[in-house]
Write a protein that binds this ligand. Sequence first.
Ligand code: ADP
Length: 221
Amino acid sequence: MRREFTSNVSHELKTPLTSISGISEIMMNGIVKPEDVAGFAENIHNEAGRLINLVNDIIKLSQLDENSIPLEKEAVDLLLVAKEVKTRLRHVIARSGVEFKLIGESTVVEGIAPILSEMIYNLCDNAIKYNKKNGLVELRVGTKDGKPFVSVKDTGIGIPREAQSRVFERFYRVDKSHSREIGGTGLGLSIVKHAAAYHGAELFLESKLNEGTTVEIVFKG
Ligand code: ADP
């Protein structure tokens, strides 16, 4: 698994680096018209952004993997974390045109706030990214059968049945051809999976193609 991961990482790093190298070479050779320089620089900037996101996600995954989180668990209110995630995503929400509802009540778990935030962020980010025009995202926080939960429901494109068990794998993407324009690293859900395990929480995914997806994190009661 480690060998496959290394080979995937190398590939994912190589693609943006090859673009950066190619574009900057053309600029260096002076063949770019002055009016096109800004556009080329923007491409370099975007590719560098992809690299930064990828390296950040790899660092988060390896910290979770090696149990080397430099923070202690403490009482964290999931509703406060969810509110903070909604605020962080406000520009993405506005640009996407989806409606984003946060529903719930104060719910406290023992956990690590930045990791819980990362999990909720990744799920909401996907729910917006893989949604449809005028779609809806519902982020819920509460307690069910004595167990604290967070769920993220969308009215998006859904995940084909055969892919549902694979989306938590590193670098697995349903639609590889569009993943570049949609963005993302392919590591979001594997971070969610490891982070859930770190908190002793269970993950549930329910999805119907063309109708939508719900992912639920259920903590121990
Ligand atoms: P990515 O960076 O590609 O979004 P993730 O690990 O977060 O990586 O997700 C893996 C894949 O699972 C995505 O590429 C997408 O194909 C699929 N996926 C994740 N969340 C959703 C969702 N809410 N609706 C539809 N497909 C999803």
